[in-house]
Structure formats: C-alpha cells, structure tokens
Write a protein that binds this ligand. Structure first.
Ligand code: SF4
Length: 363
C-alpha cells in the first residue's frame, strides 16, 4: 500500500482557507446571515466554511426537528484539536437543547491500521466515551455508541451500500485498488453514522448538522448523496479551522512528537511541550522590546486565544506583545499554567466518568 500524503501538512506555511473552500466546493461561513450568537467558535472566528448551515440554523430557529452528529475514531485519546470542535457542539447543545449523536469508530481505527487489533480499538473507544462525558455533553440529550458494540449501525450500512458504487467511493476518497476491502466499506459506515439520527428508531427525518475539519468533508459529500437517494434531508456541516502544531506552521498532528497536546497527557509533559512551542517572538530580548512580538504568527497566542482567554484578556495580551511589553517566556508560562490546571481537572472527571461509561452507551 502506498504512503498516504496529508494535504494539510503545509510545513512552515499557513493554511490557505480560501483555497480550501474553492478546492472542496463549499461556501464561506462569512455569507451566512443567521449565525448563532454567543457560541465561541463563531465569536472567535474558528469556523471558515459550511454546507447548508444556514438551512440548519433556520430549522433550529423555527423549532423543527434537529440533531448534531459528532464523533471520533478510536486511534487514541482525544486531543486539544478535538476539544475545539466538541466545545462548539456542547455550546450549541446547551443553548438550543439540541440532541447530539456521538458514534465512536473503533472499526475505522482498525481497518486504517491506527490500532494493532480490535481489542485495542475498543479500549480506546471506551476511553474516548469517558472523555466525551467529562467534556460536558448533556448526557440526557446525547446518544453515544461504539461501533463494535452497537452493531445495528452495520445493518443500516448494508442498506446504504446498495445505493452507491466502488467508482463513487474511489472518486470521492481518491482510493486505488490496493486498498483493503474494509477501507472501501468504511465510508458507508460513516454515512450510516451521519444519517442514523433520521432513522425511525431515533424519531425519523430531521435536519442533522455535522461539524468537522474539512479533511473529513468527503464523508459529508457521500452521505448527502445517499440522503438524496433515500429521501432523507441532506446533512449540513460547518468546517472548523485547524489548530496549529505547537511547533508552528501547518496543522497539529498526533503522530508528530511535540506537535499536539493529548487530553490524557501527563500535565508536566504538556508543560514541557509548551515551553518549547513556536512563538512570534524576535531573535533577542532587545529586539523584542524595540519592535514588539508578532502575535499573528504565534502558536502560544493562538492556544491562549482559542482555549483560555476571553476577548478582553487576549486583546490586552495582543497590545502588550506588539508594544514590546511582553516576553515570550511569560506567555508560555501562562499557557503552561492554564493547560496543566485544565488537564488535572479534566483527567479527574474522566476517571469518575470511566465508572459510568456503560450507563451512557447504546448497545
Ligand atoms: Fe507570542 Fe507572547 Fe511572544 Fe507575543 S510575547 S510573540 S504573544 S509568545
């Protein structure tokens, strides 16, 4: 099997979101007039593109039947990149009382060689389930399942499989014939996940929204095509901007050491990675004091803005930085302190949630 290339690994360059909108044939979020108010992902400009999100918000505001579908593959612990998307879903759920569906794809991790065996996939999936609970989803309004355990999803996938062809999968995903058969079937399971909130067992036809990174958009394209064939409502989506690698440039990647902070990282390990993070600082203190730093290029600033500081606090930091009144070591210490505190509290919640996982999983 050939080496997979990550089109978003752009090295030191910044990601060109306008180009992604053109390449994927989506719409800019800036054109949506009915964006939800008070949701930090939109307030902080973390979403750049969408498909039918305006129609979804219209349905929400008119009190029609709606749901949000999110999820994760079980290759390991969730990380801060995932947290960004899930936080936006939790805020939407809380504000509009929207039911949320969370499938956890241990089968994807297995067929795409991200885990050694199915047992490890299941173990990771159960950790992720506990992490989802700890993140703060309203579990009364949330349906969560692990593919290995909720096998009804495969019955639906079989039905969907007759509505598409291998050539469609090849065209959407760029697969060639050397892929294993599971990789060809897996997109159908993803579509089954995305469309399952519209099954009779879950209350029938409704507007479903799937917030994702744009690299996952092929799944939404396929499920929209299948929805049309099954007379279901085409799912909507919004695309989150990527979280930068701590080392700078390009998006963070779990496979690169020091690039990402996992939600199960030892807080002291996270601190070490942050203290080595890429900043927008100048070559020396003298120059920094004279010219000021470059927060627009700074990963430390990006993490503080996205996760820990409100508009007022981050504006103050921006001004101090650009006026040369702040040194990078101070920001790194602040980010390390916030992250350590967050991880300690979060991991204590996960430990507690692990005891209740079975209570919340559909089987
Ligand atoms: Fe970034 Fe802070 Fe350095 Fe400015 S002072 S470049 S915000 S780390």
């Amino acid at each position: 099997m050939g080496k997979r290339v990550d089109p978003f690994d752009v090295g030191e360059e910044k990601i060109d979101y306008n180009k992604l909108i053109k390449d994927f044939g989506t719409e800019s979020i800036s054109k949506v007039k009915n964006l939800p108010k008070g949701i930090s992902a939109f307030e902080k400009d973390l979403v750049f593109s969408h498909r039918d999100f305006d129609k979804f918000m219209d349905a929400v505001k008119k009190g029609k039947k709606v749901a949000i579908l999110t999820g994760a593959n079980a290759s390991g612990s969730l990380h801060f990149g995932h947290k960004l998307t899930f936080d936006s879903v939790i805020e939407m759920q809380k504000k509009y009382k929207i039911p949320v569906y969370i499938p956890i794809s241990d089968d994807e991790s297995y067929v795409f060689d991200k885990v050694k065996n199915q047992k490890d996939g299941l173990k990771n999936a159960r950790l992720i389930a506990a992490q989802m609970i700890a993140l703060g989803f309203d579990m009364k309004l949330t349906k969560m399942f692990i593919h290995q355990q909720y096998t009804d999803i495969y019955n639906f996938a079989i039905k969907l499989s007759k509505k598409t062809t291998n050539s469609t999968i090849k065209a959407i995903y760029g697969f060639n014939d050397s892929r294993n058969a599971g990789e060809f079937f897996y997109p159908i399971i993803q579509s089954a996940d995305i469309l399952c909130p519209q099954l009779d067992v879950f209350g029938g036809k409704k507007h479903v929204m799937v917030p994702i990174g744009i690299d996952q958009d092929p799944h939404v394209r396929l499920s929209r095509d299948l929805a049309h064939k099954l007379d279901l409502i085409k799912p909507a989506t919004y695309h989150m901007k990527f979280l930068s690698s701590l080392q700078g440039g390009g998006k963070m990647s779990k496979s690169k050491e020091g690039s990402a902070i996992s939600l199960s990282d030892d807080p002291s390990k996270a601190k070490k990675a942050i203290m080595k993070a890429f900043s927008g600082g100048r070559d020396n203190v003298e120059e920094q004091r004279k010219k000021g730093g470059q927060p627009e290029k700074c990963v430390v600033y990006e993490y503080l803005e996205k996760f820990f500081e409100d508009k007022k606090e981050i504006k103050k930091r921006f001004e101090k930085c650009t006026k040369g009144k702040l040194l990078c070591g101070e920001c790194k210490k602040d980010l390390a302190k916030f992250t350590e505190k967050y991880l300690k509290t979060f991991q204590a919640k996960v430990k507690k949630a692990e005891k209740n996982v079975d209570k919340y999983l559909i089987k």
